[in-house]
Design a protein around this ligand. Structure first.
Ligand code: HEC
Length: 377
């Protein structure tokens, strides 16, 4: 009984101190907010002489992460200490205003080393997202950072392709790309990305010069595919898209949506929350440019000479399981494997647009955008 009383007492005392600490936090926060408001009103503040004010700003920012205000304050006071948070935003919201602004601040702060390190990250999707955010800045200052990536064949295709798209977003970048194409220096696996960027140029001269070397692939019926910049502007019919997805498009042969279809590639039940329209078109039309993590294609040769390619679904010390494009799982003993190599290309066919007319594709993408994560409402 006494023990119970003691433990109750203990809980009460702990609660008292927690409340007190909370009150102190609140007081500190109110004080910081006041300092921030004052600093924001003053012109030309030099924080190098005011370490306490800077500390107050940084403490205040902790509670403002992921907001417009955060970036505004970081920019006004050139708070380079926030670079890791800026990078996180740039990668996680690479297609949104906040992410693009954060990327812009990293460029402004000349954090080139941090940018280069992220672009070289072992997970290429991270680097590709950062490159995409840099591209959406449409600022020619980023070109020097991005153009060497295009011809560096050591870099993953996802990064090089994102760099082409990024350069295509500003006029000097387009001219650089065009010159690279004209000099025959564009790696073949970037043709789609380059055609897509240059054939949608607002500059007629760039467009027609590019047209001499590059073309977008033909759709069903032989019509060339319009550039993605044009496709995203068209209206689609989601109901028709749903039907095409399961029939002519052959998508259901490899993707599950809400439990239906085979699962060779990623489940698409919530793809509309993950990818923008533009990114959806890119995934469909140039699948190798952005192979999703865990869905890389492996080519395996067995000792008896059979070659199989597919996505690795499991691996142990004794055996691996490989799922082919037909959704057949093959179990192979390690002892029977002669060679195993990761491929640079996606298992998703690169010429799927041949099965579809441009409008069919627009309808399928419209359908995919309706596949959203269940919202809080
Ligand atoms: C032969 C199998 C196959 C077919 C057919 C196929 N896909 Fe894929 N798809 C894949 C694989 C494997 C991946 C993962 C590798 C990659 O990202 O390229 C993928 C990736 C994707 C992605 C990116 C998913 C993500 O999470 O980033 C989208 C979107 C997509 N496919 C849509 C489609 C649509 C739409 C069709 C029909 C027009 C289609 N796919 C047909 C195999 C296929």
């Amino acid at each position: 009984m006494q023990l119970r009383l003691f433990s109750w007492l203990f809980v009460l005392v702990a609660a008292f101190f927690a409340l007190k600490a909370g009150a102190q936090d609140d007081a500190q926060r109110a004080k910081d907010a006041l300092i921030v408001r004052t600093l924001l009103r003053l012109p030309g503040v030099d924080l190098s002489q005011k370490p306490e004010a800077k500390a107050a700003l940084l403490r205040y920012l902790e509670g403002e992460k992921g907001t417009e205000k955060y970036l505004e304050i970081v920019e006004k006071f050139a708070l380079r200490e926030t670079k890791d948070e800026l990078l996180r935003l740039a990668v996680e919201q690479s297609e949104g205003t906040l992410g693009v602004k954060a990327a812009g601040l990293l460029v402004k702060f000349q954090e080139n080393e941090l940018l280069a390190k992220t672009i070289a990250d072992p997970d290429p999707t991270k680097g590709a997202k950062l490159v995409a955010a840099l591209g959406l800045l449409s600022d020619k200052k980023t070109n020097d950072l991005l153009s060497p990536l295009v011809t560096d064949e050591q870099k993953p295709l996802a990064i090089r392709s994102a760099a082409v798209t990024a350069l295509g977003r500003n006029a000097p970048g387009q001219r650089w790309l065009l010159a690279t194409v004209e000099q025959g220096k564009l790696p073949a696996d970037l043709k789609f990305a380059a055609a897509n960027a240059l054939l949608s140029s607002a500059d007629e001269a760039v467009k027609s010069a590019a047209g001499k070397h590059l073309s977008l692939p033909a759709t069903a019926g032989g019509q060339p595919l319009p550039p993605i910049a044009e496709l995203v502007k068209r209206m689609g019919d989601a109901a028709r898209g749903k039907e095409l997805y399961a029939t002519t498009g052959t998508c259901a042969k490899c993707h599950k949506v809400k439990g239906e279809g085979k699962e060779v590639g990623p489940d698409l039940s919530e793809i509309g929350s993950k990818l923008s329209k533009e990114a959806l078109y890119l995934s469909i039309l140039d699948p190798s440019a952005g192979v999703s993590f865990n869905y890389e294609t492996w080519a395996v040769r067995t000792l008896d000479g059979t070659v199989l390619s597919g996505v690795l679904v499991s691996q142990t010390d004794e055996a691996i399981e490989l799922k082919t494009a037909e959704a057949i799982v093959h179990k192979l003993a390690r002892d029977d494997i002669d060679q195993m190599k990761k491929q640079a290309i996606s298992l998703m066919p690169a010429d799927i647009q041949k099965l579809l007319k441009a409008q069919d594709l627009v309808d399928i993408v419209e359908y995919l955008t309706t596949l959203k994560k269940p919202g809080p409402d």
